[in-house]
Design a protein around this ligand. Structure first.
Ligand code: GTP
Ligand code: MG
Length: 265
């Protein structure tokens, strides 16, 4: 908690921008709510974003975020976690729009249209985005019991592959949140980093997504609890902290912080 609360982006950047992307009903909005709960630390579960029972198409249709307020400091943290519509063959986001969100062209509040990309005259279109508007860490959210469920359709698979290769070109850090690990294995959640079944799932996701293992984050969100638990709060904060480290490294590299001016001469 302390590390999360104290992290600040480099000077000139207002917020760490993190984008949650993934299959419908993988728990993107639930992760946001779990993070809000852990940071607020008010001994109750907060639900700023809507979560509904599993469905094929996305409940979330907008690019949305909410301020994350710390109870202990009383202030809003410099973190924007963007939640958006999932990848899905008939109701997902156009690949171009994902690219535009990452570049900072799309403002929060925009409702995605599966069939066409955002128009430049749209009030939610930002024509000249800066680093402050762009995404600094992209997080794929997948279900632990079936991480590649969304990609069984060829058109979604193509979209995903295109998006991955575009993102690799601009070096935005990519991570995967393997959610619903409560559905795999019998171990208690506090044993998540010792669990063989969780390791197997993360290893499978690593191979499938071609990401380093320390970029694969096992998670279980609040879904049936009445009160927050220390284990879920801690896991959520631990995962958020990993995202913030990546975002911070990316910003430092982009802004050439710690790079002497003559270094590349
Ligand atoms: N068992 C379990 N269920 C979860 C977990 N996280 C979310 N859920 C449930 O999964 C369902 C979908 O969660 P959402 O947070 O709405 O998923 P989403 O990715 O935002 O979905 P869309 O907005 O529709 O794309 C809800 O019924 C949640 O309660 C988890 O860690 N474990
Ligand atoms: Mg949602």
């Amino acid at each position: 908690m302390q590390e999360v609360i104290e992290k600040k982006p480099p000077e000139g950047i207002g917020y760490f921008n993190i984008l949650l992307l993934g299959q419908a009903a993988s728990g993107k909005s639930s992760f946001f709510n779990t993070i809000s709960t852990a940071i607020a630390n008010e001994k109750r579960i907060l639900e700023p974003l809507s979560v509904l029972e599993s469905s094929d198409s996305s409940v979330t249709s907008k690019l949305q975020t909410q301020p994350l307020k710390s109870h202990s400091t009383g202030s809003t943290l410099p973190i924007r976690i963007y939640d958006c519509r999932g990848l899905h063959k008939s109701t997902g986001i156009p690949t171009d729009d994902i690219q535009k969100v990452v570049q900072g062209h799309i403002k929060p509040g925009y409702t995605f249209n599966t069939y066409e990309t955002i128009k430049e005259k749209d009030p939610f279109y930002r024509s000249k985005p800066g680093l402050n508007d762009a995404i600094h860490c992209l997080v794929y959210v997948a279900k632990a019991d079936n991480p590649s469920e969304a990609l069984t359709d060829e058109s979604v698979k193509q979209q995903f592959d295109k998006m991955r290769s575009d993102l690799c070109k601009i070096n935005v850090p990519q991570m995967a949140l393997i959610n619903m690990i409560d559905r795999v294995g019998q171990e208690k959640l506090e044993d998540v980093f010792w669990s063989k079944s969780v390791e197997n799932v993360c290893e499978g996701a690593r191979r499938f997504l071609c990401l380093p293992l320390n970029h694969i984050l096992p998670m279980s969100c609040y879904y049936n609890e009445i009160r927050p638990t220390i284990v879920k709060d801690t896991l959520a904060l631990f995962n958020l902290n990993s995202m913030l480290y990546s975002a911070n490294d990316y910003l430092n590299a982009k802004m050439k912080i710690d790079t002497p001016e003559d270094f590349y001469d």
